[in-house]
Design a protein. Structure first.
Length: 210
């Protein structure tokens, strides 16, 4: 929570004329209600010093393999429903839309002209007052990402080994979408575009340790 809406919480509020009021005190733009990070490492039990180290042929094929994974599951960041501020008569302030439905349905539309939120849940404000939809009262698309690493170590000498690395970032190729636009005349009508650098990526490498 903080004075909305500067990323490092030291900028001006959305409503400068009414600074440090409950109108501006809302979840900040980077807030995520839930954030689960899961990591795991597993090494096959074959090879020198491992549980199943007896068969030389098996050790040669299956020894030295390691699998790593890092997964992120996060709820979306805040979105605010805004309206044309002409009737507000407070230059420099952001107008809130009127929320005309008690619950705002998340339709989940992705792409131009496809609503992510119910576009009929908000209306323009035509009077010199603030709208009823709170700043940052909505949440954008959730974030899911899983990275996978497959490594194999080759022992060259007692203190020298070579590691072959294959790393897949977002290996499931799960799309990540930006937040919908705040509003057009008080209605959220445009789903966010796909985030840059969010596609699956493969990286190969060698690591020599001595």
């Amino acid at each position: 929570m903080g004075w909305c809406c500067n990323e490092d919480n030291n900028g001006g509020p959305l409503v400068p004329a009414l600074n440090h009021t409950s109108l501006n005190y809302v979840p900040l733009n980077f807030d995520r209600t839930h954030n689960l990070q899961f990591t795991a490492t597993y090494e096959l039990p074959f090879g020198k010093g491992k549980k199943f180290a007896g068969n030389k042929a098996v050790n040669m094929i299956a020894g030295g393999w390691q699998i790593n994974t890092l997964s992120s599951f996060m709820t979306g960041t805040p979105v605010r429903a805004t309206s044309d501020g002409g009737s507000l008569r407070l230059p420099g302030s952001t107008q809130r839309a009127d929320q005309v439905k008690q619950e705002v349905a998340v339709l989940g539309g992705i792409g131009r002209g496809t609503p992510y939120f119910d576009p009929f849940a908000f209306e323009r404000v035509l009077e010199p007052r603030f709208g009823t939809a709170g700043f940052n009262s909505l949440r954008g698309p959730s974030f899911i990402n899983t990275d996978l690493g497959v490594f194999r170590r080759f022992d060259i000498k007692e203190k020298i080994n070579l590691q072959v690395r294959a790393e897949l970032f977002n290996w499931t190729n799960t799309p990540k979408f930006a937040n919908p636009s705040s509003a057009i005349n008080g209605r959220i009508t445009n789903a966010g575009g796909r985030e840059p650098n969010g596609d699956r990526m493969l990286r190969l490498g060698l690591k020599l340790t001595f």
